[in-house]
Design a protein around this ligand. Structure first.
Ligand code: SF4
Ligand code: SF4
Ligand code: FES
Length: 223
């Protein structure tokens, strides 16, 4: 297998003998035996911790969950996730995304005696892999946009019936209404969180509580 990896300033090529039923993470381990200077992140090796997100042949993947036979070629190009500052090789800096989440997170204030609570969709499945953020076109042009990761997580707090703190205004601080609903985040998410769907539901809620205006159809038809 021919593997090209984006390093600091250039691409490095490796020729690796490895069965196709191995994962991209196992491929990286093999390359590390040849070249101990290579850096990448991993922890659980079970698709749970979200740390191994990288780009393979142009698509965001979890390295530990993606087998080599997923690619119908013997050549593979590995790069760090887009929309993040690279630290070294395949390792990127997640700090800004976590900081944004901390600044816009609503504190969970428990209500008493709530035993039946409605579903918070798949929000709680989020593993903070940031594949969604790496494909969001708004992030590149709008620094205030809180990102699909933050909105997907916020949904799970705001829409949980056990939480009495419904500070929906935080969503507007993160300009949720700048989402273009391109659905890139939903297609990229390996945990089926469907961030775009949750953003749509949160926008509908903002309209219901009078914090956001329903988009006018004039916008689309140019009247
Ligand atoms: S749907 Fe919205 S949040 Fe998701 S990638 Fe597109 S613009 Fe970004
Ligand atoms: S919403 Fe999905 S893609 Fe985004 S960080 Fe969470 S698990 Fe990853
Ligand atoms: S190593 Fe934890 S999700 Fe891949």
């Amino acid at each position: 297998m021919i593997v090209k990896i984006k390093r600091q300033t250039d691409y490095a090529s490796y020729n690796v003998d490895i069965p196709k039923n191995f994962t991209v993470l196992e491929l990286l381990h093999k390359i590390k035996e040849q070249d101990p200077t290579l850096s990448y992140r991993h922890m659980c090796r079970a698709g749970i911790c979200g740390t191994c997100g990288i780009k393979a042949n142009g698509k965001g993947i979890l390295a530990c969950k993606t087998k080599l036979d997923y690619f119908d070629t013997d050549e593979i190009l590995l790069e760090p996730l887009d929309n993040f500052e690279p630290i070294k090789d395949l390792v990127v800096n997640h700090q800004k995304a976590f900081d944004k989440y901390k600044s816009l997170r609503v504190d969970f204030v428990y209500k008493d005696n709530i035993f039946n609570f409605k579903s918070v969709e798949n929000s709680k499945n989020c593993i903070a892999c940031f594949l969604c953020n790496s494909v969001c076109p708004v992030i590149t042009v709008d620094k205030d946009f809180a990102t699909p990761f933050v909105f997907a997580r916020s949904y799970g707090i705001l829409e949980d019936d056990r939480n009495q703190n419904k500070d929906y205004k935080k969503l507007l601080e993160g300009v949720i209404n700048h989402c273009t609903h391109c659905k890139n985040c939903t297609y990229a998410c390996p945990s089926y969180v469907m961030p775009e769907y949750l953003i749509k539901k949160l926008e509908d809620k903002l309209i219901d509580v009078g914090l956001l205006q329903k988009p006018s159809t004039d916008m689309f038809f140019g009247f």
